[in-house]
Unconditional design. Structure first.
Length: 112
């Protein structure tokens, strides 16, 4: 009976140790996505996946391309744009904290 009680107590404690993390949220109105001129001339399109480290103040500490578009200029423009963004900070256990955010951006030429 004592072993069962201790097992339940330890199991309960292990669930309490895990922090609840909510990632930061990008304010898209603050981002400056500008199609690179060379990519426009070459009619380049693509999807870029970025991981951004967002600090507790909502600023971007670092960015990294996880999956490129196949165009170096589009990948670079995505990094620059994400670095210009402001974010609603993420939280850990309800308090503002540094969190990682995955962002997928698609560069597409408009068709008329």
């Amino acid at each position: 009976m004592v072993k069962l009680f201790l097992s339940i107590l330890l199991l309960s404690f292990s669930f309490m140790v895990h922090a609840v993390e909510v990632p930061a949220v990008m304010d898209q109105k603050t981002c400056k996505f500008t199609y690179p001129k060379g990519a426009l001339l070459n009619e380049e399109e693509g999807v870029v996946t970025i991981v951004a480290v967002v600090n507790a103040s909502g600023g971007v500490d670092s960015t990294k391309v996880i999956s490129g578009s196949g165009s170096k200029s589009l990948d670079k423009a995505t990094l620059e744009a994400i670095n210009s963004c402001k974010f609603k900070p993420g939280t850990v256990d309800g308090k503002p904290a540094t969190t990682n955010v995955t962002i997928v951006y698609a560069w597409k030429l408009s068709t008329k």
